[in-house]
Design a protein around this ligand. Structure first.
Ligand SMILES: CCCCCCCC/C=C\C/C=C/C(=O)SCCNC(=O)CCNC(=O)[C@H](O)C(C)(C)COP(=O)(O)OP(=O)(O)OC[C@H]1O[C@@H](n2cnc3c(N)ncnc32)[C@H](O)[C@@H]1OP(=O)(O)O
Length: 299
């Protein structure tokens, strides 16, 4: 992946040069009709604006955008497609249904299934993280709702986070509240954003930060009124895209490579570790109790 990234980086200046001439032609056209390509499937809606090179990816997996095996597979395929598309330089990740950005990993995928299934599921979680955290595109999370655990991880993978200014929405890695443990690469991703001390405390407590607290601790970069989340993401993206791709990409890779390499070099061991952890009776029991609590809360 790193080698492919470097190759893309080397090509980026040429791509930028031809891209800008190309884009300015398009821009003229765009004043009459905006050129938007759609790559949607039943879980993910993507709209790529060819004039700006920005794709908006909306997660659509009702009721709570949980990250099931099917969803993660679609997500990684879509991201790969955009990554390979020379017309796409930026990605805005958001939810198709406000109030929930993503409820994190689908707990049902981790309950009462076979060891083989857990292995396949965990590989898909790893793949999503490697692709999103390692993306060469500018990535912005437009967090238009709550975002626990795996949902928070997705947001933390992005280069910039804009959250709806609503204290009812919360974000955080709450794994310990479920009786499970955030893996080292979840921990590293958070620590790279907010630092070791905040991460250590937040992870032990399984803390969910309401939006204003999330801003205070640097878990998100900006809070804006709910109706402005998308437009703010678009204008922040436009600023980031003024930086030449190759320089920004090499810098991003330099900052993140050590973290991604740790998983790349230990993928199989990490899967084995997950399977042996999640198949423990005590862990299965904790997850069942947590799901039951969720259902009761609803009643
Ligand atoms: C020694 C080291 C070993 C290392 C081993 C590593 C192990 C690590 C393993 C895993 C890491 C885990 C990461 C995760 O992401 S776990 C998921 C954590 N997510 C949560 O805790 C979120 C729980 N959900 C909520 O808090 C709320 O549902 C909400 C705020 C997202 C939405 O609230 P609301 O709008 O009120 O909706 P409901 O609560 O009514 O939910 C609707 C419906 O959806 C179900 N549901 C919610 N979340 C999930 C989920 N994550 N997975 C599956 N299903 C979910 C909920 O139960 C309701 O279902 P219904 O009753 O059938 O309608």
């Amino acid at each position: 992946m790193a080698a492919l990234g470097a190759l893309r980086s080397c090509w980026a200046p040429a791509r930028l040069l031809t891209g800008s001439a190309h884009h300015s032609n398009r821009l003229v056209l765009c004043q009459q009709t905006s050129i938007k390509r759609h790559f949607s499937n039943n879980k993910i809606l993507v709209e790529l604006d060819e004039a700006t090179g920005v794709a908006v990816m909306k997660m659509k997996n009702p009721p709570v955008n949980s990250l099931s095996l099917d969803f993660l597979t679609e997500f990684s395929i879509t991201l790969e497609k955009l990554e390979m598309d020379r017309g796409c330089r930026g990605l805005i990740l958001t939810s198709a249904s406000p109030k929930i950005f993503s409820a994190g990993l689908d707990i049902m995928e981790m309950c009462g299934k076979s060891a083989e299934h857990y292995g396949e599921f965990w590989r898909a979680v790893q793949e999503m993280w490697l692709k999103l955290y390692g993306s060469n595109m500018v990535t912005i999370a437009a967090i238009n709702g709550s975002s626990p655990a795996g949902g928070c991880l997705m947001a933390l993978c992005c280069d910039y986070r804009i959250m709806a200014d609503n204290p009812k929405y919360a974000i955080g890695l709450n794994e310990t509240q479920l009786g499970i443990v955030a893996p080292f690469w979840f921990k590293d991703t958070m620590s790279n954003v907010v630092g070791n001390r905040v991460t250590e405390q937040a992870l032990q407590l399984g803390q969910m930060f309401p939006a204003p607290e999330a801003l205070k601790f640097g878990l998100v970069d900006q809070l804006v009124p709910e109706e402005k989340v998308q437009s703010t993401a678009a204008s922040v993206m436009a600023q980031w895209l003024t930086v030449p791709d190759h320089a920004r990409q090499i810098t991003k890779s330099m900052m993140r490579k050590q973290t991604t390499d740790k998983l790349v070099n230990n993928r199989e061991a990490d899967i084995k570790n997950f399977v042996s952890f999640i198949t423990r009776d005590s862990i299965q029991k904790s997850l069942q109790v947590y799901m039951e609590r969720l259902r009761q809360r609803k009643q």
